[in-house]
Design a binder for this molecule. Structure first.
Ligand code: BGP
Length: 486
């Protein structure tokens, strides 16, 4: 098979907080993303350590109306330029576009009884135009865009009352946009709550007298309950709809065949799968429950929760894949960063400028592993290469390195499909340059489309096609057959 199955959904993925900007326009409320700062002098390998958030830091950031060092407040001005961008995505031939709905654009504090009409109008126009262009919306309900008021007033998802507020937000999304949107995702990279609990769940350490780790698992349980509730609602309110869960797939290899290395890698993979296990099997894995008990963590499970989780599981499993990891028990093993993680360096793999290890075979391994585990359709909703692109004097961007990354990964993805993996589609991260989630840089460019902004927001915002634009356009037009061209 040189082509993908008929009806395979080719496209790209965006996140509202990384593209929209307009952070305080048309009554949008501040979100947890709006205090993320660009740190021009921090080694990209150290960014994860800079995600410590305090109540004092939040107050200071919100008092600062400047946008220069808060890149997510301006994004790439998608809020005003989205028609031009959709036209470019349609020119690429997209059958699907993944976007998120910024919770704080519909519910500025999260507590309102009714949604912000301007926010509803924006997303209705966006989805209507996508449909007109023949692009299927794939919509993430929560992609690091929680109203920051819910973090400061409730300590985020650690407070069970946030479930009801999220259900109110999701119900608005389903009733307002259900005629336009059939494919939904609950929580982006739900597993990332342990790596950056504020961004993912609005949890703040100095508001967690129970201890940060206990607060994180309380928040995670509430997100699992909310995930089941909105899956049930989605099915009830939108006939023919499908709700997926979404995981950061961090496939981890043992550095050697020394059994303790193998056990260390196994532990990492079990922990990574825990989240989609709950959302797909509808039950907490016994190995995880035993480990939590050993660590003195108590899950706030109320009567009825477990029945809810079991009754409303995900229809499909989606995931992001950028790089693979390696693990070893050796204290001397050299480490390298990945997607907000720090793994052992794999001597067989090259690394991106940000240290992420490039492993196309790892995508095939991940697809086979997840399909065999869950026996449900899969969807690759993030995959791509962050790199520094150069704009030539004549306004071109030659990015053979990005073409090479995608060609190798898509070939391996096709091999997994040939082996029988049921794959619904693929949305690259990202079709257009945007603000990086972890570093708030735009200079870490992912797009097939270049955006003329620098890390401090200087530039025209002009969109330009990179060489990879035409390459991906051919991949889509040929449904993958052009991947065999050199
Ligand atoms: C994932 C996020 C995306 C995207 C991606 C790339 O974790 O779901 O929002 O940002 O990472 O990472 P980064 O932007 O940090 O380079």
């Amino acid at each position: 098979m040189s082509r993908f199955p008929d009806g395979f959904l080719w496209g790209g993925a965006l996140a509202a907080n990384q593209v929209e900007g307009a952070w305080d326009v048309d009554s949008r409320g501040p979100s947890v993303a709006d205090i993320a700062t660009y740190k021009p002098n921090v080694d990209p390998k150290e960014y994860a350590a800079h995600h410590v958030v305090t109540s004092e830091g939040i107050a200071a950031a919100l008092a600062d109306r400047d946008v220069t060092y808060y890149p997510k407040r301006r994004g790439i001005d998608f809020y005003h330029r989205w028609r031009e961008d959709l036209a470019l995505f349609a020119e690429l031939g997209f059958g699907v576009l993944r976007v998120s709905i910024a919770w704080s654009r519909l519910y500025p504090t999260g507590e309102e009884e009714t949604p912000n009409p301007a926010g509803v109008a924006f997303y209705r126009e966006l989805f209507t135009e996508m449909r007109r262009l023949g692009i299927e919306p794939l919509v993430t309900l929560s992609h690091y865009e929680m109203p920051i008021h819910l973090a400061t007033a409730y300590n985020g998802w650690s407070d069970r009352r946030v479930i009801e507020l999220f259900v109110r937000f999701a119900t608005t999304c389903f009733t307002e946009f259900g005629s336009l949107v059939k494919l939904w995702l609950t929580f982006n990279e739900i597993d990332s709550i342990r790596r950056h609990p504020f961004t993912t769940a609005g949890v703040i350490e100095d508001k967690s007298p129970q201890g940060l780790e206990q607060a994180v698992y309380e928040a995670l349980h509430h997100q699992f309950v909310a995930s089941a509730l909105v899956t049930q609602l989605c099915h009830e309110l939108i006939p023919g709809s499908r709700m997926g869960c979404m995981l950061t797939k961090l496939t981890t290899y043992p550095l050697t065949c020394e059994p303790e290395d193998v056990a260390a890698a196994q532990a990492k993979n079990l922990e990574n799968h825990f989240y989609t296990d709950v959302q797909t099997f509808g039950v907490y894995p016994r190995l995880i429950l035993t480990d939590l008990e050993r660590r003195g963590i108590t899950l706030p499970i109320l009567p009825g929760d477990e029945e809810l989780l079991a009754a409303h599981t995900a229809d499909f499993v989606s995931f992001s894949y950028y790089m693979s990891m390696t693990e070893s028990v050796s204290p001397d093993a050299e480490r390298t960063p990945g997607n907000t993680v720090l793994g052992v360096k794999n001597p067989y793999l090259p690394s991106s400028e940000w240290g992420w290890q490039v492993d196309p075979v790892g995508l095939r391994i991940s697809l086979i592993e997840l399909y065999d585990r869950y026996r449900k359709p899969l969807f690759v909703v993030e995959n791509g290469l962050g790199a520094r692109d150069e704009l030539t004097a004549d306004g071109k961007i030659h990015d053979p390195y990005r073409i090479a990354y995608f060609r190798s990964h898509l070939r391996e993805m096709r091999r997994a499909v040939e082996q029988g993996v049921e794959l619904l589609g693929y949305t690259s991260w990202a079709p257009i340059d945007m603000i990086s989630a972890s570093s708030s840089q735009i200079s870490k460019r992912y797009g097939f489309i270049h955006v003329d902004f620098d890390d401090l927001g200087n530039g025209s915002g002009q969109r330009r096609k990179k060489d990879s634009f035409n390459w991906y356009q051919r991949v889509i037009a040929s449904n993958g057959a052009s991947l065999d061209e050199e």
